[in-house]
Design a protein around this ligand. Structure first.
Ligand code: COA
Ligand code: MG
Length: 291
């Protein structure tokens, strides 16, 4: 288990280009669980310095309180990476999202740099999974989530870059991406950290977006990364446990809490076998539902 709030909701996580003042100003009115202020792909090379400054000013003067704040920096190896990390550390986000993470080394380097900057222990790292190398190093990278000192709290699918880097065809049903997405969820679960599904670019197609949210949820993702405010409501609804799931989870918790079941590994609930693994699953679900 990490030292980070594993069970807080991350149903809807919206990218906001850090140099887009209009989009930044909109954040306090939005109902997303977190925003990712993006210094990387959403910002043109010649606008990097401006974006960093705009983000800094925004968070100093009008820091939103309605959602978690995550900052996506440019790769540490790039010409902007170190300045981005310094700026991000200074404005105290909830997490820093690392792009193009190939393996554990990239996370450990960022962690070491943050330690050197005296960053608080509670500042988490999130890692984009968007390169072919990252796919082969998935379990080793995710495994860092077991050590709170390494800060890793979440894997984020970078589906646009994966399509670009691997050459797979992007189809509406994501058939060539799904095997990798499932690997990501498995790696995150093995390490006890969160996993977020990739974005859907076509933000005007509400029906297709809803299908993709349901697919992401069925694969086990904790939530979806978004690019447009119109996608928030559907993601919140889809990734929120339903009333019947909550009721079933509460029943499981109540069953194991009964004195006669203390110390039992398996009990019957409503004619179904329920083991302690189901208790853990129920507690995780209730955590996500904010219970
Ligand atoms: N965050 C916050 N506000 C956003 C937003 C976002 N990601 N995307 C759009 N908005 C705002 C717009 O500023 C506009 O605000 P207004 O009502 O004050 O005018 C409103 O929502 C409606 O926007 P709309 O006109 O429909 O879209 P657009 O043409 O302005 O922007 C995009 C379309 C795709 C350019 C924009 O949504 C965007 O930049 N998304 C994020 C892209 C990104 O970060 N990519 C990197 C990771 S994949
Ligand atoms: Mg990317």
């Amino acid at each position: 288990m990490t030292g980070f709030a594993l069970s807080r909701p991350r149903r809807s996580v919206l990218y906001v280009p850090a140099d887009n003042q209009k989009a930044l100003a909109k954040i306090p009115t939005l109902d997303c669980d977190a925003v990712i202020l993006d210094l990387e792909d959403a910002v043109a090379p010649e606008a990097k310095d401006d974006a960093r400054e705009t983000m800094r000013r925004f968070l100093r003067e009008r820091r939103p309180e309605n959602c978690d704040i995550v900052i996506r920096i440019n790769a540490l190896a790039s010409e902007w990476g170190t300045e981005d990390l310094l700026a991000a550390r200074a404005v105290r986000p909830d997490a820093i999202l690392l792009p193009k993470v190939d393996g554990p080394r990239d996370v450990l380097d960022a962690d070491a740099a943050l330690d050197e900057m005296d960053a608080p222990a509670g500042l988490a790292l999130w890692a984009m999974v968007e390169t072919p190398k990252a796919l082969f190093n998935l379990s080793a990278t995710a495994e860092l989530g077991r050590d709170p000192a390494a800060r890793l709290a979440c894997l984020v699918a970078g589906t646009n870059d994966l399509v670009k880097e691997t050459g797979v065809l992007a189809t509406p049903d994501r058939r060539y991406l799904v095997p990798w997405l499932l690997q990501m969820v498995a790696a995150a679960r093995a390490a006890g950290i969160d996993a977020l599904d990739g974005v859907m670019n076509d933000f005007r197609d509400a029906g297709a977006f809803e299908n993709e949210c349901v697919e992401g949820r069925n694969m086990g993702f904790d939530g979806k990364t978004l690019i447009h405010p119109s996608q928030i409501e559907v993601a919140n609804r889809t990734f929120m446990p339903s009333a019947s799931e909550i009721a079933a989870a509460e029943e499981v918790v109540a069953a194991f809490a009964r004195p006669e079941n203390a110390g039992k590994g398996v009990v019957a609930v409503g004619g179904r076998m329920v083991e302690r693994l189901h208790l853990a699953q129920a507690e995780r679900l209730l955590g996500k539902a904010g219970r």
